[in-house]
Design a binder for this molecule. Structure first.
Ligand code: GLY
Length: 358
């Protein structure tokens, strides 16, 4: 029976990023996906790379800023390996503040109405206070497709339609996985199954699906250069003329249905902020399932089962955290010290909580 050094469960950006990083180090990798690679949360994401979001939990800040810094080099390498473009944009973000938020910012940082009109003329409502920050965005669908090609280029193998039903153990150590169709042998397994990562033994990681609905419009003329974020909605332009508008945050189980009222509400909110969006044609709407965790932090590192690793629960930041997760997980799996402290992200934190609660 063929054996791999590592099996990665889940071919989203996190799984593919780890597979590529391991392959770069000469590790043999098989990636298994229950459906098609990259068609779940990675396909649904907006791709805002919020490196120093104040809303990020404290423990995430070092991870998020390291990953945001790593992005240009990461994309450069992947574009090279895949011979494709992933539309990394560095035009910055305009944050439209609520009255309460504006009151907490020193006025020297706020844009004047004239400055806002100059850098992003289609934004309505000069009465709204705004900030401009350096923040990149990327097209997650293009990134996923390029990462998949880069993995294959580096020698990783990828199989679709392989739903893992259990992690196999011999003498309490990982020996491979069983899928609905067959079994595969490996010395190590990494669970990158996103919202589905708690669904197969031996460990029940407490990830849950958090639904996000979005829409994309397309415009004949350039409307926006920056990403625009407000408390109501965010708007993300792509270089090909698409403009994404999102996103809802819903606890709806594994339900990916699009609700027209929700889409229309977000569309209306976006038009209120940028009236020119009313001229743009609606191209597509969709929903995806973010992998949430009880404390909104990812689960990264080894588990109590030798040979079994986990990289999941990236919630709203999976695209942002792909480069640093790939690097850290490759370090942990190959026995190096991780370049950042992973204790806050350990799978053990949920076990400890269970013990205290009982
Ligand atoms: N990262 C954006 C979102 O989760 O909606």
């Amino acid at each position: 029976m063929k054996t791999w050094d590592v099996i990665v469960v889940g071919a989203g950006v996190i799984g593919l990023g780890i597979a590529r990083e391991l392959s770069k180090r000469g590790v043999s990798v098989l990636v298994l996906d229950r459906g098609e690679p990259g068609r779940e949360a990675s396909h649904a994401a907006a791709g805002m790379l919020v490196g120093d979001g104040e809303e990020n939990p404290e423990q995430m800040r070092a991870l998020a800023s390291a990953s945001a810094r790593a992005y240009p080099e990461f994309v450069h390498e992947i574009e090279d390996e895949s011979h494709s473009r992933v539309d990394l944009r560095s035009n910055g973000t305009i944050i439209l503040l609520s009255k309460e938020e504006a009151a907490t910012h020193s006025s020297s940082k706020l844009l004047t109405a004239a400055e806002l009109a100059e850098i992003e003329p289609e934004v309505a409502g000069s009465e709204r206070r705004a900030l401009r920050i350096e923040e990149r965005s990327v097209d997650p669908r293009a990134l996923t497709a390029a990462l998949l090609k880069a993995c294959l280029h580096r020698g990783a193998e990828v199989a679709s339609g392989e739903q893992v039903t259990s992690i196999n153990l011999i003498d309490s150590r990982v020996s491979g996985v069983t899928t609905q169709k067959t079994a595969y042998a490996a010395n190590c397994v990494v669970n990158c199954a996103g919202a589905w990562s708690g669904q197969f033994p031996p460990h029940t990681f407490p990830t849950r699906p958090v639904k996000g609905q979005m829409l994309a419009v397309v415009s004949r003329r350039p409307i926006l250069r920056h990403v625009v974020r407000s408390p109501e909605v965010y708007i993300v332009p792509r270089s090909d003329g698409r403009i994404l508008i999102g996103a809802s945050i819903e606890e709806a189980g594994y339900d990916k249905r699009v609700v027209p009222d929700t889409i229309q509400r977000m569309h209306r909110e976006a038009i209120k902020l940028i009236p020119a969006l009313a001229e743009a044609r609606i191209l597509e709407d969709w929903a995806g399932l973010r992998p949430g965790t009880p404390d909104n932090l990812p689960i990264l590192g080894s588990t109590q089962t030798p040979g079994y690793f986990v990289a999941t629960g990236h919630f709203r930041d999976g695209i942002l955290l792909t480069p640093i997760t790939a690097q850290l997980m490759a370090q942990v799996i190959t026995g190096e010290s991780p370049c950042l402290d992973l204790r806050s992200f350990s799978a053990q934190r949920f076990l400890q909580r269970d013990v205290r609660a009982s």
